[in-house]
Design a protein around this ligand. Structure first.
Ligand code: PMV
Length: 371
């Protein structure tokens, strides 16, 4: 697949009397994407669980723009509100996303675009919302483009979702994996013949039953802004002394993880998932300049999880994003014991005792109302 394949043949006609709405979930990577090339091409393949409860819901409407004689005025014209209030701080991110996708959505310059967005998870929880936000926005813009409108809100095709993933990737790499579920793979690798750098694709094998409704409880250790953004972190992989070994490791771990997801081998699953989390942070610790996103509470929680697992033999493990929060991953059948463990031993390390209960989900949903 080539990027030019997503460029429409002619200037698209779009629907102007309609508001489209999509919700898209967040996702948690099991094999981590860390390092990229222009334009948002991952340096290594990744694999993620799509979440179910942590979502962004976005509505987009178009109105005619006052173009005067210039039918394709150079500047984008849009307004953005988040949870009911205008959010000018988000404008630069949206404008740069529009710049990256305008070749694929040429109507963007011809209309005034009104965007409303909200998250189901608490704002400033330290959970990155760029994946769910960029996925939801991409789906809305794509639905508005005429090519697909004729298929109707409940009849979105494989091509529609492929293009949505392509667009979302240009907003935020990991957003490519937030379009569908329950498990998404992104980045070319010999492990999957269907793998691609330009879009994420659903994991194409049958998951072992133990992963059905797999739980992710997100322990909010630190809800503040990250000291180093993902963009900067990805950039630091360029001259990283361990980059090549790390990228190769991701391919290797992906192969092992794939086997364990199919066979239900929890020991291997845990080994790879925890190694990936720690390797991600090891890359940060060894970047130039180095940085630390974990907090003391992150390490205390990891120690508690290891002790709990040793004592109970319950197959629970952790993963980390680019931040201090800990994702606790475990089979649904152990939910009660785990929630008890969290209440007894882990909430003490969570900011204001907060955590979010989520589980694996099936991806984005259209909420566009029929005309
Ligand atoms: O999508 P970005 O640029 O925010 O990068 C996300 C990177 C990690 O969350 C750390 C790993 C991943 O694969 O999601």
């Amino acid at each position: 697949m080539e990027a030019v394949g997503f460029i429409p043949a002619s200037q698209q006609e779009v629907i102007t009397d309609k508001t489209v709405t999509w919700s898209a979930p967040s996702n948690i990577a099991l094999v981590k994407y860390w390092g990229k090339y222009d334009p948002q091409i991952p340096a290594n393949p990744s694999l993620s669980f799509t979440l179910n409860n942590c979502k962004t819901k976005t509505s987009v409407a178009l109105t005619h723009k006052n173009l005067g004689s210039d039918k394709h005025a150079q500047e984008f014209s849009f307004e953005f509100s988040f949870e009911g209030a205008p959010k000018p701080d988000f404008h630069p991110k949206i404008a740069s996303f529009f710049t990256r996708v305008v070749d694929y959505l040429p109507f963007l310059k011809a209309y005034h675009i009104i965007i409303h967005s909200e998250n189901t998870f608490p704002h400033s929880s330290g959970i990155a919302s760029s994946a769910s936000a960029m996925a939801a926005l991409s789906l809305c813009l794509l639905e508005l483009s005429n090519e697909f409108s004729s298929s109707g809100p409940n009849n979105f095709s494989e091509d529609f979702y492929a293009k949505a993933s392509f667009l979302a990737r240009l907003g935020s790499g990991s957003a490519a994996r937030s379009i569908r579920g329950p498990l998404m793979q992104w980045g070319k690798t010999a492990v999957f013949e269907s793998s691609q750098d330009l879009i994420a694709v659903p994991f194409n094998q049958e998951l072992a039953p133990i992963f059905k409704n797999f739980q992710d409880t997100i322990l909010l250790v630190d809800k503040g802004e990250k000291v180093v953004s993902s963009t900067v972190g990805h950039g630091l992989m360029k001259n990283h002394p361990f980059a090549e070994a790390r990228f190769q490791q991701a391919h290797d771990q992906l192969a092992v993880l794939t086997e364990s997801l199919v066979s239900g081998n929890m020991e291997k699953f845990i080994e790879v998932v925890e190694s990936e989390a720690l390797t991600l942070h090891a890359m940060m610790l060894t970047s130039d300049p180095y940085f630390i996103l974990m907090k003391p509470g992150t390490l205390s929680i990891i120690e508690k999880i290891w002790a709990f697992r040793k004592l109970t033999l319950i197959p629970v493990c952790f993963t980390l994003d680019a931040g201090a929060n800990v994702h606790l991953l475990y089979p649904e059948m152990h939910k009660d014991e785990l929630l008890q463990f969290i209440e007894n031993e882990l909430v003490a390390y969570c900011q204001n005792g907060q955590y979010i209960c989520d589980q694996v989900g099936s991806g984005s949903i259209s909420h566009t109302e029929a005309p």
